[in-house]
Design a protein. Sequence first.
Length: 264
Amino acid sequence: DAEVDPARVRVPPLVIAHRGASAEWPENTIPAFIAGIDQGADMIETDVHMSADGELVIMHDTTVDRTTDVRALYPNREDRSIAGMNSAQIATLDAGSWKGEEFSGVRVPRLAEVLTLAHDTRTGLLLEVKHPEIYPGIAEAIVTALRALPNYLDRALAAGMLVVQSANWAFVEEFHGLAPEIPVGVLGRPCPDELQDFAEWVDQINPEFCAADEDFLTAIHELGMTSLVWTVDDLGEMERAIDAGADGIITNTPDRLVEVVEAL
Ligand code: G3P
Ligand code: CA
């Protein structure tokens, strides 16, 4: 086997479109994901929640307030959390207009739609599970969804292009126990002892840019894991993350990162 260079596991680094190409498109929507793919992203990063009736839906926040027209559509509604709404109600929301009138009518996607897009376009998927502690059964539901799409899981795993990550490390462990074949990522910056333990079963340690120095990324690599760094839109910061050894960079501007990576 070739020796692993601890400073550089993945060359060139993966381009990961954060909530899609979300600088210009409404985040976490199908058009934003398609734009990211069109711009050359290797993977799409997205955030998963669960509605009151158990549907897996794509959104960053736990409520639909910031990125939909919920207040106009349901002015008397007090509970605008995803956990408190049914998927049929969420499906009526406009998740595009807040970003610009040209995006009006864009809907909140379900996880199943994103899986289909990833499968059809052979794009990698970095699935962040947001606040799993408020969604009982979300780990099982995600495993079921990943296994339900014909031929998806085998191909994505063979290509190394599917990772489930969370900032809730207990959830990451629960998910790994349910589906050990699916790579998992830990969001954050574990201390050295924790890093050693994670190396037994975790595939990725994914820190915020400001925590992603070369020593930390080298420690991750020496333990046999890889690291995706978030969220980097600035050109100089992209170059610094690459110099530090990032295996992938999560960005709202995949077109800019593609240029940087192609110039390496
Ligand atoms: O992929 C990690 C990154 O997305 C975490 O931050 O708040 O954008 O989900 P956030
Ligand atoms: Ca995220």
